[in-house]
Design a binder for this molecule. Structure first.
Ligand code: NI
Length: 167
């Protein structure tokens, strides 16, 4: 396994639409393994392939306290959602920023696992938020895109300054 470099906002690659995975081969399995390692190392509770510059529809999530309930989803899609809730979110691609985002309270997600088996899962609370956040990434959407334009402008300037300062 290997640690991957996380692409940071406002890098345009985060805006790309990730492509469906048609075959779960060794490359996809390695990508998923490396993404999990990168997420745990960061540390974060979710990571989507576009965040490591891989344009595949793959996400990894682990919201457990003991960091031992890894969920790897290939081609995940939200097939039902209900309710509404607001939660503070952050993102490994937007370091140093936490903002409240309004999302569905419950979601039903259909995906494949790394063996290609189709699964469906229902989630609420933090897991529901995390799944919506990561699936958004596959569609080129960041949590900051859900905020007001004023806030987006502030975050963009802050992120650009952060990148400049580091160079
Ligand atoms: Ni994110």
């Amino acid at each position: 396994m290997a640690l991957l470099q996380i692409v940071e906002y406002p890098d345009p690659r985060l805006k790309n639409l990730a492509q469906p995975v048609s075959r779960i081969d060794r490359e996809i399995q390695k990508l998923a393994d490396d993404m999990a390692e990168t997420m745990y190392d960061a540390p974060g509770i979710g990571l989507a392939a576009p965040q490591v510059a891989a344009a595949h529809r793959v996400i990894v999530v682990d919201i457990s306290e003991n960091r031992n309930e890894l969920l790897t989803l290939v081609n995940p899609e939200i097939i039902a959602s209900s309710g509404e809730e607001e939660m503070k979110e952050g993102c490994l691609s937007v370091p140093g920023v936490l903002e409240t985002v309004r999302r569905a309270e419950r979601v039903k997600v259909r995906a494949q696992d790394l063996l290609g088996r189709t699964l469906e899962l229902e989630a609420d609370g933090l897991l529901a938020v995390c799944l919506q956040h990561e699936i958004d990434h596959l569609n080129g959407i960041l949590f900051v895109d859900h905020l007001s334009r004023l806030k987006q402008g502030l975050i963009r300037r802050k992120s650009e300054k952060r990148r400049r300062d580091r160079v």
